[in-house]
Design a protein around this ligand. Structure first.
Ligand code: F6R
Length: 607
């Protein structure tokens, strides 16, 4: 969702700010703007719509602006429709801000300020903060910020400039993420490293309630009592090419093809002497033996990875696993106890619902393990234990490689829990690990074989609606396949447990309706094939995703998609690739904006 950038240095910053905002486009937004110091005044340029058509065009017609300090923003509308006036930066001639988050008590603040004679132009919650800063302004920015944040409630990352302090940017955060980038004679603020990686790999993580006073020569950090804080610098371990398309038509396609590497990067460091190893986060066998239940919580694709985890952990370790949608978890009063483990899965580490679920689990006293991709993100920092998926930056809104490595983690966890609980012996565990290490090559062979997915996609583009069906792990996987397709191609789809079709949903099948059946589990093959025949005989066009050694003759499949063979238990890691690519090519053929599907944001920082 909203993205923040800022620059203070010696270079002309308009292009730097716009370039950094474009790097944050992946987060999802509907308007963008910048504010720079130009001739000692704060000049704000902002526009509804995409940066290329809105902000850049406006800059061309109004600019250029000579400026070396400024802030910028991409807005994903929450309070007030997407419009020029509701776009950020927001402020007056004296103070100007960019904001990511939601100010919960903005009505109260607005009433207070209205009584003091302030008028409001926008419908945003952000404007109340800008005006409150102005009201509290004492000439000292730090005091002003401290006084102001004492009166606002909610989530915020703020970039702030004051007209009288034109060589400074100030930043403060609570809940929403913000980093301070350190260059040579130049400094940055950004919602994440992607925005500034082409300028610097060095950055500081701003923690809850901390305030940064930034000039071109460095940054000073303070707490809310104005005590100075020392912070350690972080260094991003990936470079600019990881966040660029590198010749691919879309980030999504690039990220799908990166999956074999992402898998290797995530799995290999967690294997010691042929066994899965969780000592890096202090998750010992003793602990794994002790837990009564394992909860797995996440949203969307992350939650789907958790469902694969449930099937695998329960089948190998015979330990009860409860998978929860993060937004439901908090409100359904889960029967969670301090004797349970809660595994929180999140690519971004900033998803508001997932963060709330983590907080609840921490408050109850359960052990919490975060499986997170973004280093230093809120969820990574707030969980008791963290293991990073090492997929590199995922830019496309639609999760692919992040799902892959999250699911891979579920397997490593399942193997270790099963071993710790003596459900499998060391030799079996090592055998499972060895087979897991062969998965990247099988994923690679699916990635290399793209023609068949394009053929399926060309059949799907005319569909209004379709069904994904499967049993067991194939059902778990079909949920992810269905989500991929609907989110980027806008074709309605549902995933269904194949055996449940006859209890209502089969009435939807009529002539030509596409059904994508996933059948990789040998023990369930005959049952799934019976379901395939049932839908076929009612007119469905069937795509069947199965192992290349399976006998599917006689069931009249229209489009067979064959997969390299792995142990049934591991097949979701292989079978997800065709589902991703079928969704991808369907969206491409429908001319959809694959990397930025409508209404969606990469990092969902509001509940
Ligand atoms: C789907 C997708 C979303 C995310 C979900 C959770 O392709 O990307 O469903 O998986 O919003 O996001 P994270 O993992 O960042 O918590």
């Amino acid at each position: 969702m909203c993205g923040i950038v800022g620059y203070v240095g010696e270079k002309q910053c308009t292009d730097i700010l716009v370039g950094a905002l474009q790097k944050l486009e992946y987060r999802g937004y509907d308007s963008a703007g910048i504010a720079v110091f130009s001739n000692d005044r704060i000049k704000t340029i902002k526009a509804k719509g995409k940066i290329a058509e809105g902000l850049i065009e406006r800059l061309k017609s109004e600019g250029p602006y000579a400026a070396t300090t400024g802030i910028g923003h991409t807005r994903w509308a929450t309070h007030g429709e997407p419009s020029d006036i509701n776009s950020h930066p927001i402020g007056n001639g004296r103070v100007c801000i960019v904001h990511n988050g939601i100010i919960e008590n903005y009505r109260k603040v607005k009433e207070f300020l209205t009584d003091k004679g302030y008028g409001f132009e926008s419908e945003t919650d952000t404007e109340t903060v800008a005006k409150l800063l102005d009201y509290n302004y004492s000439g000292n920015p730090l005091d002003t910020i401290i006084k102001t944040i004492a009166d606002i409630e909610g989530a915020y990352a703020l970039g702030i400039i004051f007209r009288e302090h034109k060589e400074h940017i100030y930043a403060v955060r609570k809940e929403s993420p913000l980093i301070v980038g350190k260059g040579e004679g130049e400094m940055f603020i950004a919602s994440d490293v992607t925005a500034i990686i082409e300028h610097t790999k060095e950055y500081y993580l701003l923690e809850q309630g901390e305030i940064a006073d930034i000039t071109k020569d460095g940054v000073k950090f303070y707490d809310v009592h104005k005590n100075p804080i020392e912070k350690e610098i972080q260094v991003a371990d990936w470079d600019v090419s990881a966040a660029e398309k590198g010749g691919y038509a879309h980030f999504m396609l690039k990220e799908i093809t990166e999956q074999p590497t992402a898998l290797k990067n995530t799995i290999h460091p967690r294997i010691k002497d042929g066994m899965p190893d969780f000592t890096e986060c202090c998750l010992t066998d003793d602990k794994l033996r002790k837990y009564h239940h394992i909860y797995i919580v996440g949203c969307g694709s992350a939650m789907h990875a958790g469902i694969v985890g449930k099937y695998v952990i329960e089948s190998l370790a015979r330990t009860p696993v409860i998978v929860d949608i993060a937004s439901e978890f908090k409100y359904r009063s889960p029967l969670l106890t301090p004797d349970d483990l809660v595994v929180i899965i999140s690519q971004s580490g900033e998803t508001a619902d997932t963060k709330a679920a983590l907080k609840l689990a921490n408050d109850i006293g359960a052990d919490t393990l975060a499986i997170v991709n973004v280093v230093g993100s809120s969820i990574a920092r707030e969980a008791k234990m963290v293991m990073y998926t090492l997929a590199g930056p995922e830019i496309s809104v639609c999760s692919t490689k992040a799902y892959m490595v999250q699911a891979a983690f579920m397997y490593l966890l399942a193997f270790r829990v099963a071993y710790a609980r003596s459900r499998i012996d060391e030799a079996t565990c090592k055998q499972l690990v060895a087979e897991m290490l062969e998965i990247p090559a099988k994923v690679q062979s699916c990635v290399d074989n793209q023609e068949q997915y394009q053929k399926v996609a060309s059949r799907l583009i005319s569909a209004d609606s379709l069904l994904y069906i499967g049993r067991g792990l194939d059902y778990a996987l079909s949920m992810e396949g269905s989500l991929k397709l609907k989110e980027i191609s806008y074709i309605h789809s549902e995933s269904y447990a194949a055996g449940e079709l006859k209890h209502g949903t089969i009435s939807l099948i009529d002539e030509g309706m596409p059904v994508i059946a996933v059948a990789t589990q040998g023990n369930l093959l005959d049952k799934t094939l019976s379901n395939v025949k049932e839908v076929k005989s009612r007119g469905a066009t069937v795509v069947l995703v199965c192992k290349e050694d399976m006998d599917i003759s006689g069931c009249g499949v229209d489009y067979p998609v064959y997969l390299p063979v792995a142990r049934d238990l591991l097949m979701p890691l292989v079978a997800v690739v065709p589902l991703q690519l079928i969704a991808y090519y369907t969206a491409v053929l429908k001319n959809c904006d694959v990397d930025h599907p409508r209404n969606l944001a990469k990092s969902v920082t509001v509940e």
